[in-house]
Design a protein around this ligand. Structure first.
Ligand SMILES: [Zn+2]
Ligand SMILES: [Zn+2]
Length: 298
């Protein structure tokens, strides 16, 4: 045993009275345990992902569980790689996931959020041919490497585009709608936001896509799960189909690069071959023109 490591991912929307002090406590504990990763803390809660040795992660979890407001905190766990994160970042923020919602339209998931359903319930909906629509609340590049069959792509560039997506799905307002995201945190506000915008029957996938894939590997979800660490994608079975396509040559790939225009730098799927041989790959013609003109637009 070993150098085995574990990656955990967790969040909770709960009032934190002294976020600044909590940042310091978290940092101190993570440093003591040699954990790497990223924790965001705000008055509204905590959102984190960490990697460490099995014993260090176990110690961190029991330390958190000893705090009254986190006594039943759910740590979703995956096998580590040893280098999923280059460092430890613990930060104070206004929101634990930036939504782009103005203060007066902000969502408190403890007050307004979609009904949580577990993977087993979703499996039943699918099996029973239930009439519902999945709205994938992740970014476009995440959707590009993997998504539920038949789900709706939000086409967000990042989650701060959330205020703009209600219009896009206006035609689903009266339908049964399920929001999904990686491990659940984005859906807490995204599903509440849809309700605020007048969507009548809104659900969210408890534990997110990762939890579903762990329970039903290789089923219903096509491709692999984008993750925000050195792994880039997470797989739950060897028998999965690569659905990502290179932006330049359309060959199947799960390799990410960036738009060659400095002002854009958006994440794109770029296959190894194109990365080696193309002079630059841009997400759109606009970006190619922008790069050629050298004019900073944003
Ligand atoms: Zn290519
Ligand atoms: Zn671009």
């Amino acid at each position: 045993m070993s150098n085995a490591t574990e990656i955990i991912i967790f969040y909770r929307y709960v009032r934190i009275s002294d976020p600044k002090a909590f940042v310091a406590r978290q940092r101190e504990m993570c440093e003591k345990l040699g954990l790497f990763g990223r924790i965001l803390i705000a008055e509204e809660g905590i959102n984190g992902t960490l990697e460490g040795s099995l014993s260090a992660i176990a110690e961190y979890e029991s330390w958190m569980h000893a705090l009254p407001e986190f006594s039943d905190l759910w740590f979703k766990s995956s096998p580590g790689t040893g280098d999923a994160f280059g460092k430890l970042v613990v930060k104070l923020r206004n929101e634990i996931v930036a939504t782009g919602l103005p203060k007066e339209r902000d969502i408190d998931p403890n007050v307004l959020t979609g009904t949580h359903i577990d993977p087993v319930q979703l499996k039943q909906w699918i099996a029973n041919g239930e009439d519902f629509e999945i709205i994938d609340m992740r970014n476009e590049y995440e959707y590009a490497v993997g998504h539920f069959a038949g789900s709706n792509n939000s086409t967000m560039g990042n989650f701060r585009d959330l205020p703009n997506i209600a219009k896009k799905f206006d035609h689903l307002k009266k339908k049964k709608v399920l929001t999904v995201c990686t491990y659940g945190v984005r859906c807490e506000k995204a599903s509440g936001f849809l309700k605020q915008e007048g969507f009548e029957d809104v659900y969210q996938l408890n534990g997110g896509i990762g939890t579903y894939m762990k329970q039903f590997p290789g089923e219903d979800f096509l491709g692999s799960l984008y993750v925000f660490d050195g792994r880039m994608t997470e797989q739950f079975t060897k028998n999965y189909m690569v659905i990502g396509e290179c932006t330049s040559c359309s060959s199947k790939t799960e390799r990410f690069g960036n738009c060659a225009w400095d002002e854009c730098h958006k994440q794109l799927l770029i296959c190894m071959n194109c990365a080696k041989h193309a002079k630059g790959i841009w997400c759109t013609d606009d970006c190619m023109v922008g790069a050629a003109s050298g004019v900073p637009v944003r």
